[in-house]
Design a protein around this ligand. Structure first.
Ligand code: ARG
Length: 461
C-alpha cells in the first residue's frame, strides 16, 4: 500500500470513490485531535489481542511499539496526507510505516465504529475535567470579589425594575451557584462517557476472545457497554456534555448581562478593568465590555451545537450511521468556545471595580415598601390589608414627587391605624436586609454562612 492510497476499505469496489464523496466524507480536519486517545486505545487493543491469543505476544508487542513511534511522530507534528480520511486511517497508515505488515493485524475484531466511540469517550472525559477546572477558576474570581462586598448594598431587580435591597455579596454569589450546578452536570456527563464501547465491533460484537474487562481497566472506564448495537450508535454522552456546555454558556451569558447593564453610565455600579475592556476607533471616551458581550454571544453558538447534535441523532436507526461523524464537530466547537470564554470572563470579573456609593445610592425608600407592609403585619394587620395601605402611601409619594420616607407622619396614620411613630424606621435598607437572615436570604448571618458554603463547595468537588 503506498502512502497516498492508504485506505481502510475499498476491496469490494471496482472503481475508486468520487473526489466529491472524498471531500464530503473526510473528517480528519475535525477528528485529528483524537489521536492521543486513538493511539492509547489501539495499544490497549493490541495488548488484548495478544492476551487473548488472537495474535502472538511478539506481534502484539510489535504493534504496541509501533504505536508508540506513531504517537511520537504525531506529537512531533506529523501531518495528514490528502488521502487520510480520518484520524483512524492516518494512524493506521503511520503504523504500517513504523511496524510493517504486522500493522494489518491491528484491526482484527475491531471496527472504526467501536473505535471512534471509544476515542470520543476518552476525549470527553478529559474535556469535562478541563472544563470543570475552568468553571472553578471563574467561581474563585466571583468568590474573591463577593468577599469584598459584604458591607455593600445595592438594589436587586425583578423585571429589571428595582425590587428590594440586597447585599453585594448576595448578588454576586447568585452567579456562583449556577456554576456549581454546572460542575455537577459536567461530572454526570463524564460518568455517562465512562462506559467502554470497544469490543462491540461494527455492530454485533467482536468475534475474537478479547477481555473487555481488562480493556476497561487499562483505559480507565468505569463499566463496559451491555449491548454492541447500542454502544456503536450511542451519543448520549455527547448530548449530555453539550447540555452541560449550553448551561455553562447560558450562565456566563446572564452574568455578562448583569455586568454590561450595571456597567452603563446610567447604573454605574461597576467599572471594567483595562485588561478586559476595549476602546472605540472613533469615540475616544469609550470603554466597552467586549469580553462580556462576546461571552453573551457565545451562548448562541454553544446552544446551536447542542441543537445540531440533537437534530442529528433524533431520527437515526439503531447502530452507527455516518451522520454521527458530526458529533465531534459540535462537541469540539462548544468546548473550545467555553475554554476561551471561561478564562476571559474570570479575568474580567477579577478586574471589576465596584462603585459601592452608586450601588447604595440606587436604593430608594420605595424599595422598602414590603418592609413597611411587614411592619403592619407584625402589629396585627393581615398582609393583604397592609399591602393596600402601603400602596396608598406609595401613590401619595409618587404624586408629591418625594421619597416614601419623606411623607409626613399624618399620611402614615391616615393610611392605617396601626402605623406608629417608628414606622419610618422600617424604611431603612439596612433594617430590610437585617430582617432577611433566613437561610438563603440576604441577611448578614445568612450571607456569612453562604460564603462559607461557597468556599467549601470550591474545595469539595
Ligand atoms: N470518521 C468516522 C466518524 O467519526 C469514523 C467511523 C467510520 N465508520 C464507518 N462505518 N464508516 O464517525
Amino acid at each position: 500500500m503506498s502512502t497516498d492510497t492508504h485506505k481502510l476499505w475499498g476491496g469490494r469496489f471496482a472503481g475508486g470513490p468520487s473526489p466529491l464523496l472524498d471531500a464530503l466524507n473526510r473528517s480528519i480536519g475535525t477528528d485529528f485531535r483524537l489521536w492521543p486517545h486513538d493511539v492509547r486505545l489501539s495499544k490497549a487493543w493490541a495488548r488484548a489481542l495478544g492476551e487473548g491469543g488472537v495474535l502472538t505476544i511478539a506481534e502484539a508487542v510489535a504493534l504496541q511499539h509501533g504505536l508508540d513511534r506513531v504517537g511520537a511522530r504525531l506529537a512531533e507534528g506529523a501531518l495528514p496526507v490528502a488521502t487520510d480520511e480520518d484520524i483512524h486511517t492516518m494512524i493506521d497508515r503511520l503504523l504500517h510505516e513504523e511496524a510493517g505488515s504486522v500493522a494489518s493485524k491491528l484491526h482484527t475484531g475491531r471496527s472504526r465504529n467501536d473505535q471512534v466511540a471509544t476515542a470520543s469517550r476518552l476525549w470527553t472525559m478529559e474535556a469535562c475535567h478541563q472544563l470543570d477546572d475552568a468553571v472553578r477558576v471563574l467561581q474563585a474570581a466571583l468568590l474573591t470579589q463577593a468577599e469584598t462586598l459584604v458591607d455593600t448594598i445595592l438594589p436587586a431587580y425583578t423585571h429589571l425594575q428595582r425590587a428590594q435591597p440586597v447585599s453585594g455579596t448576595h448578588w454576586l454569589l447568585a452567579h456562583f451557584w449556577p456554576l456549581t450546578r454546572d460542575r455537577t452536570r459536567l461530572a454526570a456527563a463524564a460518568r455517562c462517557a465512562g462506559v467502554l464501547p470497544l469490543g462491540s465491533g461494527a455492530i454485533a460484537g467482536s468475534a475474537f476472545p478479547v477481555s473487555r474487562e481488562s480493556l476497561r481497566e487499562s483505559l480507565g472506564f468505569t463499566s463496559i457497554s451491555p449491548n454492541s448495537i447500542d454502544a456503536t450508535g450511542d451519543r448520549d454522552f455527547v448530548a449530555e456534555t453539550l447540555f452541560a456546555c449550553a448551561m455553562i454558556a447560558a450562565h456566563c451569558s446572564r452574568l455578562a448581562e448583569d455586568m454590561i447593564v450595571y456597567g452603563t453610565s446610567e447604573f454605574g455600579f461597576v467599572k471594567f478593568g483595562d485588561g478586559f475592556s476595549t476602546g472605540s476607533s472613533m469615540m475616544p471616551q469609550k470603554r466597552n465590555p467586549d469580553v462580556f458581550e462576546l461571552a453573551r454571544g457565545s451562548g448562541a453558538r454553544v446552544l446551536g451545537d447542542l441543537v445540531s447534535l440533537m437534530g442529528a441523532i433524533k431520527g437515526l436507526p439503531s447502530g452507527y450511521s455516518k451522520d454521527l461523524q458530526d458529533d465531534k464537530r459540535a462537541m469540539f466547537n462548544a468546548i473550545d468556545m467555553l475554554l476561551l470564554v471561561l478564562p476571559a470572563v474570570a479575568g474580567a470579573v477579577a478586574e471589576l471595580r465596584f462603585d459601592t456609593k452608586r450601588m447604595r445610592a440606587a436604593v430608594s425608600s420605595a424599595m422598602m415598601a414590603t418592609d413597611l407592609a411587614d411592619y403592619l403585619v407584625r402589629r396585627g394587620a393581615t398582609f393583604r390589608e397592609a399591602h393596600g395601605a402601603v400602596g396608598v402611601l406609595v401613590r401619595a409619594a409618587e404624586e408629591a414627587g418625594i421619597e416614601l420616607d419623606a411623607l409626613p407622619a399624618e399620611r402614615f396614620a391616615a393610611a392605617h391605624a396601626l402605623f406608629g411613630e417608628d414606622a419610618r424606621a422600617a424604611l431603612s435598607a439596612e433594617a430590610s436586609i437585617a430582617a432577611r437572615d433566613i437561610a438563603g436570604g440576604t441577611g448578614p448571618n445568612a450571607v456569612a454562612a453562604q460564603l462559607v458554603q461557597a468556599r467549601q463547595s470550591l474545595q469539595a468537588m
